[in-house]
Design a protein around this ligand. Structure first.
Ligand SMILES: Nc1ncnc2c1ncn2[C@@H]1O[C@H](COP(=O)(O)OP(=O)(O)O)[C@@H](O)[C@H]1O
Ligand SMILES: [Mg+2]
Length: 215
């Protein structure tokens, strides 16, 4: 495991406390606030060049107060975009692959009670893609900061799945989406964290400032 004692690595309890607080915030939103946020987010997403260019896009089915990106679906389908959902990859430790989500995709409940494409459907190679083959990923998150750092649920699923972004080769666009209330002033960044390209919320688009080449 990379540098558990690195100075930038916050002690776990502090990180978990922040994670819990941010999750509590998004869960506290009413159904009405959720709907309004989702509408505002999707309106904003439709103006992003990174999404307008994309032909293969992953979304997610929201759970636990996550902002809902699904109103994008009809717009994406109309534009002929292929849409995918993240699914835990069988036989691979906690990483994701992306299964086609179109009318007729058979859905089941996974062990967390979240709907996802049936395993047999995703097992067919023609129905799925690895992350590097997507143009744009719409990524859920628990917290973000102004540098587009991301805090997830704590499983490191997206970090593991996107670890290839550190090497040469394809670099899909990563659009983190969240409620505005999920912004933290500064997130602890671990060596394995993959930063996002852009964050879109119900009130703003956050693009990180260009960093020094040495970063
Ligand atoms: N590329 C990777 N390879 C192996 N383990 C990883 C990788 N990325 C993350 N992890 C593991 O996932 C765990 C959770 O990562 P963390 O960044 O804290 O969660 P999240 O990104 O969900 O907020 C870490 O303790 C780390 O050990
Ligand atoms: Mg992480």
């Amino acid at each position: 495991m990379p540098h558990p004692d690195a100075p930038e690595s916050l002690p776990l309890p502090a990180k978990n406390t922040l994670r819990r607080e941010l999750r509590r915030r998004r869960r506290a939103l009413t159904a009405r606030e959720q709907r309004a946020a989702s509408t505002a987010l999707c309106r904003r997403l439709k103006t992003l060049p990174e999404l307008l260019r994309a032909r293969r896009v992953s979304l997610y089915l929201p759970a636990g107060g996550e902002i809902d990106p699904l109103p994008l679906l009809p717009w994406l389908y109309r534009r002929g975009v292929s849409v995918y959902l993240p699914v835990l990859r069988p036989l691979s430790a906690n990483s994701l692959w992306f299964v086609a989500y179109r009318p007729g995709t058979p859905m089941v409940k996974n062990r967390f009670g979240i709907r996802e494409p049936a395993v047999a459907f995703g097992a067919r190679r023609a129905n799925r893609l690895p992350a590097w083959a997507l143009d744009t990923l719409i990524v859920p998150l628990v917290g973000f900061d102004e540098h587009a750092n991301r805090m997830g649920m704590g499983g490191g699923f997206y970090d593991r799945t996107l670890a290839f972004m550190r090497r040469r080769g394809p670099k899909p666009t990563l659009i983190g989406v969240a409620h505005a209330c999920q912004q933290a002033s500064e997130l602890p960044v671990e060596p394995w964290d993959i930063p996002l390209t852009t964050i879109a919320t119900d009130t703003a688009v956050v693009r990180p400032r260009k960093r020094q080449a040495a970063d």
